[in-house]
Design a protein around this ligand. Structure first.
Ligand code: PLP
Length: 389
């Protein structure tokens, strides 16, 4: 049976060349980068080279890169780390973020709020973005950090990060950007974006799982999240994952090298998918990725199916039926699929619960072809027809 993987926003396969680059560091070069003997020194050199390579890809200094276990940890470190460092006894620092952020930002935000930090969670506009004026209005004397994502992982809508950076600068507030969905696909040059902190994760751009990085602009104070060692300039304890960071550096360099070409290809496929929905969907649908009305990432198309008559469509069943026909997609973010709650992003942009519960996210990747898109559309058509009968 044909199998079409359209879940690249959840994860991507490890590129064979990336695996080859990692292999020696998984086997013969196994030294601990903190050991003083030659094996350790060799690992340290490899680690610092990887740091330089990652820094170069995003326009940063090597000292501004903190390696983490992935995007979730990078987001946690940014949000909790900055607020911890900016708080003083009796004056807890505040955070401004949006209801459409990834849970890796939202859950720490909720925790910080429970601890007494002033936290403002903005409602995004109908497209899912947060306009700069809204951020400006939300910043007050307590705010230390604004955290907003570069592109949304569920619906692909992009935030105008440079404009928000201007607002943050004018208010003397730090800006963190979760660029997990865009790093390696769109430029995430930290100076062009104007951010103070930026998260990325290797497995979203054909690197290994379990490794990511947080850019922390020089001079930004950050409390550690993981304690127990002085690694990463005391910002992240734990033996460094040398093979992982080599994979991260290799994958990011490769992705950045052909980012423009890939983004163009993906945009064409995205357009083909969106244009095919009218024929593919028997009945009403809501396109949650505003391809014609707002800037979007080129790899995501999110579409929801409102109830017809009294009968809501079972979103989980839709995903499983598509899977059985060889089309692998997500219901929302991979981290929340399996939960019965409708996507917090889709409800934040105003979808009714029943419609939000019946949504599909197609996400395209480097190997996706026009035939894959057409097969997905045909399969969607047949599956919806069968389910609606
Ligand atoms: N942030 C965004 C926008 C994501 O899409 C994801 C993963 O789905 C994460 C953070 C978490 O990254 P990781 O899987 O590396 O922990």
């Amino acid at each position: 049976m044909q199998r079409v993987y359209l879940d690249h926003a959840a994860t991507t396969p490890l590129a064979p060349d990336v695996l080859e680059a990692m292999r020696p560091h998984l086997t013969e070069h196994y030294g601990n980068a903190s050991s003083v003997h030659q094996y350790g020194r060799q690992a340290r050199v490899t680690l610092e080279e990887a740091r330089e390579r990652v820094a170069e890809c995003i326009g940063a200094q090597p000292s501004e890169i903190v390696f983490t276990s992935g995007g979730t940890e990078a987001d946690n470190l940014a949000v909790k780390g900055v607020l911890a460092a900016a708080s003083e006894d009796g004056a807890l620092a505040g955070l401004v973020t949006s209801a459409a952020e990834h849970e890796a930002v939202l859950q720490p935000a909720e925790r910080l709020q429970e601890e007494g930090h002033p936290v403002t969670i903005l409602s995004p506009d109908a497209h899912g973005a947060v306009p700069p004026e809204q951020v400006d209005a939300a910043i007050d004397e307590h705010t230390a950090l604004v955290s907003l994502m570069h592109a949304n992982n569920e619906i692909g809508v992009r935030t105008d990060i440079p404009a928000i950076a201007e607002v943050c600068n004018a208010n003397d507030v730090l800006l963190h950007c979760d660029a997990v969905q865009t790093a390696g696909l769109l430029s995430v040059d930290v100076d062009e974006l104007g951010v103070d902190l930026l998260s990325l994760s290797a497995h979203k751009f054909y690197g290994p799982k379990g490794v990511g990085a947080l850019f922390v602009r020089g001079g930004v104070d950050l409390g550690p999240l993981v304690e127990g060692g002085s690694q990463e300039r005391e910002r992240r304890g734990g033996t460094e994952n040398v093979p992982g960071v080599v994979g991260l550096a290799e994958a990011l360099e490769r992705a950045v090298d052909d980012a423009d070409e890939r983004a163009e290809r993906l945009s064409r496929l995205q357009r083909r998918l969106v244009d095919g929905l009218d024929d593919a969907v028997p009945g009403p649908y809501v396109l949650n990725t505003p391809v014609d009305d707002a800037p979007v990432a080129p790899h995501v198309v999110n579409v929801a199916f409102p109830p017809v008559g009294e009968e809501p469509l079972d979103g989980e069943m839709l995903i499983l039926n598509l899977d059985m026909s060889g089309v692998l997609v997500s219901a929302g973010s991979a981290c929340t699929s399996g939960a019965l709650e409708p996507s917090h992003v889709l409800t934040a942009i105003g979808l009714e619960r029943e419609t939000a519960s019946a949504a599909v996210r197609f996400s395209l990747g480097a190997d996706t072809t026009e035939e894959d898109v057409d097969y997905a559309l045909d399969t969607l058509h047949d599956t919806l027809d069968r389910m609606r009968e």
